[in-house]
Design a protein around this ligand. Structure first.
Ligand code: FES
Length: 120
């Protein structure tokens, strides 16, 4: 079921917003991030140990590295693909969520066949 993230389309470069969603009967957390001018959305879960990437800080992106990063052991992830390019989960990837813009909001879909990750 799609989740509306209010005013997420107004996020500045490197800014993110978390939201809750249900998938497979489980309450999960995701985040919408603007990186490289595009909105992307992923589940807030590091593939290394399954913990929150941001440790509750709301910060997911390093402008210095140009990467999403995990606060626990420092793994870095390409914003456009979610693929880990450095750290203990090298070669693994974040779980992508579909995202589209509706007015000032982002609408995120976790369901298969949902909108493709990444939009302007
Ligand atoms: S838990 Fe994320 S890199 Fe180890």
């Amino acid at each position: 079921m799609p989740v509306r993230v209010p005013k997420a389309a107004r996020l500045g470069e490197g800014e993110a917003r978390t939201f809750a969603y249900v998938e497979a009967g489980e309450l999960r957390e995701g985040f919408v991030l603007r990186a490289g001018g595009r909105l992307v959305a992923y589940r807030n879960r590091c593939p290394h140990l399954g913990v929150d990437l941001d440790m509750g800080t709301g910060a997911f992106f390093s402008a210095k590295l140009g990467r999403i990063y995990c606060h626990t052991h420092g793994a870095t992830f390409e914003p456009a693909t979610g693929r880990c390019d450095a750290g203990p989960c090298l070669g693994q990837a974040l779980e992508p969520l579909g995202v589209r813009v509706e007015g000032e909001d982002a609408v995120v879909s976790a369901s298969p066949g949902g909108v493709r990750n990444g939009c302007a």
